[in-house]
Design a binder for this molecule. Structure first.
Ligand code: XMP
Length: 508
């Protein structure tokens, strides 16, 4: 077995910051995981982390029932970094004082550094990001206060193996935040060697061990997660993997061809390409109600997938592109938001396969890096999220081959113009929608009666909330004039300026 890789545990106190902290640690090339703050000292010893970070949290340590940690953990001699709530908890549990000072601090604040090892080599005055109403007014015995701000007299305090910062080093607004996290890892003696190449090697070994000489199948959707999972499993077990790609006919222009090109031709993966367009169009005939449409697409997808995979002999494993945030969201009792929308285009849980989930410890941006390292093209690696039912939920009313063809062309222009403007990676999702109405227009001397097309482009962090993207007018103008000139059947273009909530990202 290879040498144990260093691991940092981030104790979660319910802030959305825990994920960000774990990501920052990983960016510093150290593997990190989010765990419940309720972990006992025995559980911590069993995991054997190289360090522990206590995250921020929305509660006050001064109220009854505020989340805390097993205080024996402080005696383990494992390096600990407390951040915001975590810093206050250290003060409170080790005999310092936490109180409400003159006022809280929110946003950009000037930190004055007076010494210490955590901030050694950093400017004496620097901008940090604060978000607190309580603060530490006296550090515990044995600790030295090494930095302060106007309303946080003990903004940083430290002892031998415990460091505490009131501000948020994990947010990008904190000038030397990442440096501080790296410095903490270095002074804690943590080897910073975790890279994408390591992840690939580790996963390849784990997949080989799990699968042995048996066969695995993987459903490709055209999305990043299933693509990277498939490429990784293929690297591990080669021809023991068969991928199944059900082409619903509801993908964006050229995407179906690209899946085949990338996986079959470039990666050399055995691929069953099921051309199921006709079946889908037949099934969708006369269905106009959004939920009925989703259900019809989802059911047919599963039926076709089962049919195709049933023909693969000895398939024992199913590869899935589950990511770390999916696991934290369903596992952490303190996570603020839980995504619940039904994943149409997904597979049922009762399929009789053992799961292979090689991405379950990775964040989305790490998955992209792994994909790049495995040689997948940018078009796949940087692809926007795409709903399982595809263009089916972007065509209002009945889905017909003609409407799909119109929408694919209009949608392609939206993508193309955004890419030309260099905006495609800043935008979370951008696409065209085809409503079920027509309006009058005039082109040349002719009266037209065609469909409008609605452009939808949103910025978002996680699809739970979203804002409409402020695309420059000239980019919108090029989209509009190209769509009207190039796409037969569309004679009007509108831009959707609804945020989520109250709107949703998709139209159905
Ligand atoms: P809404 O429209 O609810 O969408 O704001 C939120 C995010 O989810 C995507 N979406 C889906 N993804 N299967 C999926 O895999 C689905 O059935 C589905 N419906 C919506 C949507 O594109 C957005 O990113």
């Amino acid at each position: 077995m290879s040498e144990k890789i260093p691991k940092i545990l981030v104790f979660d106190f319910g802030a959305q910051y825990a994920q960000l902290i774990a990501r920052r640690v990983r960016e510093a090339n150290v593997y990190s995981e989010i765990v419940s703050h309720e972990l006992s000292v025995e559980q911590v010893q069993e995991i054997g982390p190289s360090g522990i970070i206590l995250s921020g949290g929305p509660k006050s340590v001064r109220i009854d029932g505020a989340p805390t940690i097993d205080s024996r953990i402080y005696e383990l001699n494992i390096p600990i970094l407390g951040i915001c709530y975590g810093a206050q908890l250290i003060a409170q549990q080790l005999g310092g004082t936490v109180s409400q000072f003159d006022a809280g601090e929110y946003g950009r604040t000037t930190l004055s550094v007076t010494g210490g090892e955590l901030l050694a080599g950093q400017p004496k005055e620097q901008d940090v990001w604060m978000s607190h109403f309580d603060c530490v007014t006296a550090a515990p015995d044995g600790f030295t206060i090494t930095a302060s701000t106007q309303n946080a007299p003990a903004a940083v305090f430290e002892s031998n193996h415990i460091h505490a910062v009131q501000y948020h080093p994990e947010v990008s607004h904190t000038e030397y935040g990442q440096k501080t996290i790296e410095r903490w890892l270095d002074i804690s003696g943590v080897r910073r060697t975790w890279t994408m190449a390591n992840i690939i090697d580790e996963q390849v070994a784990a997949i080989r061990q799990q699968v042995g000489t048996r066969r695995a199948i993987c459903g490709l959707s055209g999305g990043v997660d299933s693509a990277v999972a498939a490429a990784l499993v293929h690297k591990a077990i080669g021809s023991q993997l068969t991928c199944v790609f059900v082409d619903t006919g509801l993908m964006r222009k050229n995407e179906g061809e690209q899946v085949v090109e990338t996986f079959q031709k470039t990666q050399g993966i055995e691929l069953i390409h099921v051309r199921a367009e006709e079946e889908f169009f037949h099934k969708l005939k006369d269905i106009t109600e959004p939920e009925a449409k989703r259900k019809a697409i989802g059911e047919l997808f599963i039926r076709i997938f089962e049919r195709a995979s049933g023909g693969i002999e000895d398939a024992h494993f199913l590869v899935q592109g589950t990511l770390y945030p999916d696991i934290i969201e369903s596992g952490s009792q303190h996570a603020a938001t839980i995504k619940s929308h039904h994943n149409v285009g997904g597979l049922p849980e009762d399929m009789e396969f053992e799961l292979v989930e090689p991405l379950r410890s990775l964040f989305k941006d790490e998955v992209r890096l792994v994909g790049k390292e495995l040689g997948l093209p940018d078009e796949i690696v940087y692809r926007q999220p795409f709903p399982g039912p595809g263009l089916g939920v972007r065509i209002i009313g009945e889905v017909t081959p003609d409407k799909v063809a119109i929408l694919q062309e209009a949608d392609f222009i939206v993508r193309d113009e955004l890419e030309k403007a260099g905006l495609d990676r800043e935008i979370w999702q951008s696409f065209a929608v085809l409503p079920d109405i027509r309006s009058v227009g005039v082109m040349g001397d002719e009266r037209t009666y065609g469909y409008p097309c609605i452009i939808r482009a949103v910025t978002s962090e996680d699809a739970m909330t979203a804002d409409w993207a402020r695309i420059p007018y000239d980019v919108l103008e090029s989209m509009s004039s190209r769509i009207i000139n190039e796409v037969e059947g569309i004679n009007r273009v509108a831009y959707d300026i609804t945020s989520k909530p109250p709107g949703t990202i998709e139209w159905e």
